[in-house]
Design a protein around this ligand. Structure first.
Ligand code: SF4
Ligand code: FES
Length: 240
């Protein structure tokens, strides 16, 4: 049977790194995640990685595959060129062990933009808040984020400034601002206009290109920037 070589960058609990190679049977349908499971079940029980849904929903199997961030569960080995696949943990994240990375900092940044509907009435309304299909489509694409961290690994600014809020949290800020039920725009614009907010983005567009769910963080950042300009104009007129 034809085989592929998986070269996996491994890190132990003491931070020691090594690259280890494994031969895995090659076929037309298996994913990188299935190849890793084959290695774990048949060749090396000690290999660590994260996964859950196996269908690009939970966001936990993101890793670098042949030098680019991808979801292991939706990348077929057949789609990769050559007989050798390199696998490494996501860039810009601290490694816990092997391919499992620490996502706490990422989730903290996500929480910082208040990713929930904020109401001036504290949710004490008498009837449903109606939403037209057009209003729903204003934010739908941004709500598809599965918090996989791939855009954070793809973003060159994240690599040089770990405090930068980053593409996914900024896209989440826009997702709620664009929601007609939300009244938290003023709080979020305050947050994203800070030193580590939208001004750090250079519009490389790598985040949008890498996102497996079709979220467009780069466009969300542009929308946030134009909203900030609008807010500044309003403030100026009020002062007069
Ligand atoms: S925006 Fe896309 S790449 Fe970034 S965390 Fe969400 S789903 Fe993943
Ligand atoms: S295992 Fe859930 S996204 Fe891949």
């Amino acid at each position: 049977m034809e085989e592929m070589v998986f070269e996996i960058k491994r890190t132990d609990e003491n931070g020691n790194m090594k690259t280890q190679s494994y031969n895995v049977p090659k076929d037309k349908v298996s994913t990188v995640l299935e190849a890793l499971l084959y290695i774990k079940e048949n060749l090396d029980h000690s290999l660590s990685f994260r996964y859950s849904c196996r269908m690009e929903i939970c966001g936990s199997c993101a890793m670098e595959i042949n030098g680019k961030p991808h979801m292991a569960c939706s990348t077929t080995t057949d789609s990769l060129k050559g007989q050798k696949v390199t696998v490494a943990p996501l860039k810009h994240f601290k490694v816990i062990r092997d391919l499992a990375v620490d996502i706490d900092g990422f989730l903290e940044k996500y929480r910082a933009v208040k990713p929930y509907v904020i109401r001036d009435d504290d949710g004490k309304y008498d009837s449903e808040i109606l939403q037209t299909p057009e209003q729903f489509h204003e934010y739908l694409d941004y709500s598809l984020c599965i918090k996989c961290g791939i855009c954070m690994a793809a973003c060159p600014i994240e690599g040089s400034d770990p405090n930068y809020l980053g593409p996914a949290p900024l896209a989440a800020a826009w997702r709620y601002i664009a929601d007609n039920r939300d009244q938290g725009k003023k709080y979020r614009l305050e947050i994203v206009s800070g030193e580590e907010g939208t001004s750090r983005c250079h519009f490389a567009g790598e985040c949008t290109e890498a996102c497996p769910k079709g979220v467009d963080p780069s466009f969300a950042i542009q929308k946030l920037r134009s909203s900030m300009v609008g807010l500044e104009f309003q403030r100026l007129f009020r002062r007069r």
